[in-house]
Ligand binder design. Sequence first.
Ligand code: ADP
Ligand code: MG
Length: 371
Amino acid sequence: MFLRSLKLENFRSYAELDLEFDRHKVIFLGDNAQGKTNLLEAIAILATGQSPFAAKEAELIRWDADQAIIRSVVERELGATAVDLLFRAGGRRAIRVNGIYQRRFADLLGKVMIVLFSVEDLQLVKGSPSHRRRYLDGILVQLSPTYYQALQHYQRVLLQRNNALRAIGEGVSADSIEIWDIQLARYGAEIWRKRLSLVEQLASRAKDWHAEISSGHEQLSLRLLPALDRLEGDDWEQALLAQLQEGRSREIARGQTLAGPHRDDLELTINGREAKAFASQGQQRTVVLALKLAELDVFRREAAEPPLLLLDDVLAELDIRRQNALLAAIGGEVQTFVTSTHLSDFTADWIDAAAIFSVHRGSVRPFSKAF
Ligand SMILES: Nc1ncnc2c1ncn2[C@@H]1O[C@H](COP(=O)(O)OP(=O)(O)O)[C@@H](O)[C@H]1O
Ligand SMILES: [Mg+2]
């Protein structure tokens, strides 16, 4: 897919912005705090409806404005799609696809797909399990609307179940919990099935990328660690249900649900040893790079067209060898948006092929390549 245009109104630092893209490589160049990340954020929101950076939707609206608008035109093999999003202060957001308002949020998913690699991803190895779950979910939500729905249902049921556990702890009768157990097990099993098959795909790709970047010295392995004590056969639903029922008194005492996909982790090992425990800075960067390139491969295989690739400030975090591995791995058909403070992060080929914009105090202008 190809992002042809991006228009912003009162989005973050942009009062008004109108950009057209005609290249597969786009560089946003500028000093810190000039508005580069805001641009990638707007593109990312087109894919998932959610900001990968903002804690609250209200942060997206320009200070003193009452609504923010992102408009885009994305070209695909079957034609162009216009995707527009509107965020109102304290209100509901609105989604329009080709001018038609969409009632359901899920109708947005799949129109634009992205792989985002930002400095925060460097936490993937050493950070909390939630970073690694977000990595998996960020892929699955885009590739599978039914995953998105299962996750939504699961989270809603989890919240209700935790409330029920606490109520029971305070003396309310335990009757209602059965309903939540059954639903949690059903959606949980669906999430696990999809996560397991994704991890299987990612594992083989990430292993190859990792070997390539580390020159074959090290072997990376990925394994989903489901938050489930035991599984007999492959009936995940039954196994979770059984565990919820057996562990109920402990869960009532703690006031929370202790088994289920919300507590999964993704185990990363290098030559059989846990990367979280021992990987050096350099090794962590190689692992994250391999994970991100594997993600891109999964999208290439599973989606009809390659996604947009967004690289936020990561080149500066990688040494020359890893920078080159990354830039070389991106095929010519993947439209790639990169932010950077320096052109020196790029190879001459890249600079030649790219449309470069300079970003300065919230204005974005074509950058002249004539030095
Ligand atoms: N809601 C908002 N309204 C106005 N300005 C904002 C808003 N959110 C962030 N900014 C401004 O955007 C700028 C940061 O932009 P960012 O894209 O993160 O910069 P860069 O990536 O170039 O370092 C900051 O100057 C910040 O004050
Ligand atoms: Mg930035």
